[in-house]
Design a protein around this ligand. Structure first.
Ligand SMILES: [Zn+2]
Length: 402
């Protein structure tokens, strides 16, 4: 097997693994054509990747009676190793185990209130070691992803700024690595969802994708040619103060009509309480009320959907992406709200009159757990031999600890 750190072999292993992800189950000969590697090199890399548990043969899919020796298709091994993931929200930690195609194997949520700064990570640190051990059920866990809104620096492993969580230069990677004994990869949640779409979602997203996240925080991300943009200091994606041309709450920045001040979950829930639609500022209560037939709740959600559609139209005009994704709770649960956003985009954009350009995330209501593990899966697909070596080290440490 090749050594991690040998650049050409590392790149060849990544090319074979990525071809299996994109086209599997697929014959080795087809991987050679797709990747430009020789059949011998593909076979050599397959052996190394199979030894790490990342790929497997699918003999049951061989074509019987074909001329010559039948080719046994190969694929990503979704019954083998796993990765863990965490989405840290303003009042809830959502965590998961994913297979190597980003499928959710297990998930959980812990709700908390009144925690900020370092303390906001506390509930997740308490439950994650037990959750991973219980649900991995003996399958190796290769790594862990952690995502959060606001300004996140993946290189430093810190949350540079997240006002609602009271985070400012707050370490995220280091406390998780200490608690879990796994390599941890952190990122902003809007970028992670865009990356998840590139890896596991619609093929057109690999050409270009824009993503708008509407929650208690609002964020955006864009990717071109399969790469999500970070920019200097990883600050890309702050659209909180994007002016969307509607009257509304004055933003804490002093202006009116900023996207966060008029369309975030926080703003919407406050409006719903003020109008007497729900008793507490929780947007999930509003979604439930609308689903139960409350016309006022439905109107508030439709108004918000139109504002989100305007913001999506602005992003579309700037970037002209092949795919525009919006992550927003009501449209994840009810396609009518998605349709309102898509029609508003088509009506407002100066370059796109096709509402079908706007889509929900491919993972649907599982978007947060899938995105949580995505930074770890992206690291695996970027450099599978290194991820396998890290797993070996972890296994050795575990054996030593026993
Ligand atoms: Zn503002």
């Amino acid at each position: 097997m090749s050594r991690p750190g040998d650049g050409r072999r590392d790149a060849n292993a990544a090319a074979v693994l990525r071809a299996a992800l994109d086209h599997g189950p697929v014959a080795r000969g087809a991987i050679a054509r797709l990747s430009g590697l020789s059949p011998a090199a593909v076979s050599r890399q397959f052996v190394g990747l199979a030894r790490l548990g990342l790929v497997r043969e699918r003999p049951e899919l061989s074509v019987a009676g074909a001329v010559g020796r039948p080719q046994v298709p190969v694929d990503i091994d979704t019954d083998g190793p796993l990765v863990g993931g965490l989405h840290l929200g303003v009042s809830a930690a959502t965590y998961c185990l994913l297979d190597l195609r980003g499928g959710v194997v297990a998930r959980g949520t812990t709700v908390f209130t009144g925690l900020s700064g370092d303390a906001a990570l506390g509930p997740a640190l308490d439950v994650l070691p037990g959750f991973l051990e219980r649900h991995a059920a003996g399958r190796p866990v290769l790594g862990f992803g952690a995502i959060v809104g606001g300004w996140v620096d993946p290189g430093a492993g810190t949350v540079v700024r997240h006002e609602a969580l009271g985070m400012c230069g707050t370490p995220l990677r280091a406390p998780l690595e200490r608690a879990l004994g796994l390599p941890v990869h952190v990122d902003n949640h809007a970028r992670a969802i865009a990356l998840s779409e590139i890896l596991f979602g619609r093929p057109a997203a690999r050409r270009s994708v824009a993503h708008l996240f509407i929650g208690n925080v609002v964020d955006a991300a864009f990717g071109i040619a399969g790469v999500v943009h970070h920019g200097p200091r990883s600050a890309a994606g702050d659209v909180a103060h994007l002016p969307i041309g509607v009257r509304g709450e004055r933003c804490h920045c002093g202006r009116a009509g900023c996207l966060h001040a008029v369309a975030s979950d926080t703003a919407l829930a406050a409006r719903a309480v003020r109008d007497g639609v729900v008793p507490e500022p929780d947007v999930r209560l509003l979604v439930d009320a609308a689903a139960a037939g409350d016309g006022r709740a439905d109107r508030l959600l439709r108004d918000r959907a139109r504002m989100v559609g305007r913001a999506a139209a602005l992003l579309t005009d700037v970037l002209n992406p092949d795919v525009v994704i919006v992550t927003e709770i009501s449209s994840l649960l009810n396609p009518e709200y998605h349709a309102v956003m898509a029609e508003e985009l088509a009506a407002r954009s100066h370059i796109c009159d096709d509402p079908s350009r706007l889509v929900p995330p491919h993972a649907g209501p599982a978007v947060l757990p899938v995105a949580g593990g995505t930074p770890a899966l992206a690291a695996l697909y970027r450099d599978p031999l290194r991820a396998g070596a890290e797993r070996s080290d972890l296994t050795l440490r575990q054996v030593g600890a026993c």
